[in-house]
Design a protein around this ligand. Structure first.
Ligand SMILES: [Zn+2]
Length: 209
């Protein structure tokens, strides 16, 4: 649940830098008046309430930091940023679930949602076939992508396959490193398919007649 703390006072504990789970911006989150941090002695940890500095958001976040002010955990959890502009809603919904799974350290579930994002991309572009491998192949005639990104689609499909089966065949494991690379690649694919054209038209609209 996301809770906004508009009109709430500031406190004396230290501020921390967090990517806001609500508005997605990175900010120096403010402490709250009269709400002190809880300090644990060993290892030294601080548990406390913070507020997003974006006045249009002011989201409440509970965080656990170490003595270097590094955020170890935040609730709601921090998410990798993602710009959904121009991307069809079903794809945004599925990919956002992948980001939520990543934020909660649910790596296998995240890989499955990344694979499902590819399924929905193929469906949106009417790329058909009896398997996802065939549909990704059919996608090559429906969208223009650099060859490396098409190769990436197949790697993402294999990552999803490993996540869905008990015995991983392609990757050693489906862990944080694999999922973070998978999410970044999926973002690049979505950007190339849905957002590049819009950027180009915006620039061209600014040209002299
Ligand atoms: Zn925010």
């Amino acid at each position: 649940m996301l809770v906004s703390l508009k009109n709430f006072g500031f406190g004396n504990s230290f501020p921390v830098s967090i990517r806001c789970p609500g508005c997605g911006n990175v900010g120096t989150f403010e402490t709250l008046h009269n709400i002190n941090d809880v300090q644990s002695p060993s290892p030294v940890l601080f548990l406390g309430h913070r507020r997003c500095p974006n006045p249009r958001c002011n989201l409440h976040v509970f965080c656990i930091c170490d003595s270097n002010r590094t955020v170890l955990r935040a609730y709601p959890p921090q998410r990798i940023d993602f710009d959904p502009k121009g991307i069809p809603q079903p794809i945004v919904k599925t990919f956002t679930e992948a980001l939520t799974c990543h934020a909660e350290d649910l790596h296998v579930a995240a890989a499955i949602m990344i694979r499902r994002t590819l399924e929905e991309l193929c469906q949106d572009k009417n790329a058909t076939g009896s398997t996802l491998k065939e549909r990704i192949s059919a996608l090559q005639s429906a969208v223009i992508l650099p060859p490396d990104l098409f190769a990436a689609l197949d790697d993402l499909r294999l990552l999803g396959n490993d996540a869905a089966h008990v015995e991983a065949k392609t990757y050693d494991s489906v862990g944080l490193a694999e999922i973070e690379a998978g999410i970044e690649l999926t973002k690049e694919v979505l950007k190339a398919v849905y957002q590049l054209g819009d950027l180009l038209s915006r620039l061209r609209a600014l040209k002299k007649p």
